[in-house]
Design a protein around this ligand. Structure first.
Ligand SMILES: [Zn+2]
Ligand SMILES: [Zn+2]
Length: 260
């Protein structure tokens, strides 16, 4: 059994699945992907994300506004709390900082990030953090806002070992996506070797970032298996060990997610 700890089921083009999201979930289950966390990126997406999680017992939801979504409704702490205060919503995010996609004055991003952290602390739900080209500020805000109170995951991790270590010290998990399977991802592969197994999660971030051998094609939760297989080979352990550890970690972190 494996878990895709981060996917965007609501963003997947269903044309190759006969327009039916059940088919996406079936194909994942056929590959041993027993649970999926469908991650929200804007308030407009949330009804659909929530709807999918209500329809399938093995799909959980999150609530958050992605840091690179600039021209979208920016929710208050109260709004975030109101919508996320439901058993299906197991995490707050994705949130964080993305200076790659947004340049110039990024105060609005930092404020948004802080509001998400406040909401997570009120609800006692973990955070899903996205960080890109914003290493120092991400860690600074995490520290200032005491994220260790709720913990969380550094999703689709592509940063340095030093950053991974500091996040782990704050009670965070490090999640690897298909990027780790890319030929040119040597530095990241080194990080994936060093992160303790009991701090690791795996994800697809589908429909983006398909792992080898599907690189460049649309991604789907079924492919998280390739991420697990790759990490097992990289660390010289079995697929089963990676599967067992990352599944346990998922349910340890997302305590509101109940196995069915
Ligand atoms: Zn992200
Ligand atoms: Zn994502």
């Amino acid at each position: 059994m494996i878990v895709d700890s981060h996917c965007h089921l609501d963003q997947i083009d269903l044309t190759p699945f006969n327009g039916d999201i059940s088919e996406v979930i079936n194909q994942a289950e056929e590959q041993g992907v027993a649970y999926m966390l469908c991650v929200c990126i804007t308030m407009d997406n949330f009804p659909e994300v929530f709807n999918i999680s209500s329809q399938y017992v093995n799909v959980f939801a999150s609530l958050g506004v992605h840091p690179a979504e600039e021209n979208t409704h920016d929710p208050s702490v109260e709004e975030l709390i109101k919508h996320a205060d439901h058993a299906n919503v197991v995490a707050i995010g994705e949130t964080g900082l993305d200076y790659f996609h947004c340049k110039g004055d990024v105060t609005w991003q930092q404020d948004r990030f802080r509001r998400h952290i406040t909401a997570a602390k009120v609800l006692r739900k973990p955070l899903i953090i996205h960080t890109r080209d914003a290493r120092e500020d991400t860690l600074k805000i995490m520290r200032e806002e005491n994220v260790q109170e709720v913990g969380g995951v550094m999703h689709c991790f592509t940063e340095t070992w030093e950053m991974a270590e500091q996040a782990i010290d704050m009670g965070f998990y490090i999640s690897f996506s298909g990027i780790v399977t890319f030929k040119n991802a040597k530095a990241l592969q080194d990080v994936a070797k060093r992160v303790p197994l009991e701090r690791m999660l795996i994800e697809t971030d589908s429909p983006y970032l398909a792992p080898v051998p599907y690189r460049g094609k649309p991604n789907q939760p079924a492919y998280v298996r390739h991420v697990a297989e790759y990490i097992a080979e990289l660390r010289g352990i079995t697929f089963k060990e990676v599967a067992a550890a990352t599944t346990k970690n998922f349910f340890d972190l997302f305590t509101h997610a109940t196995a069915s």
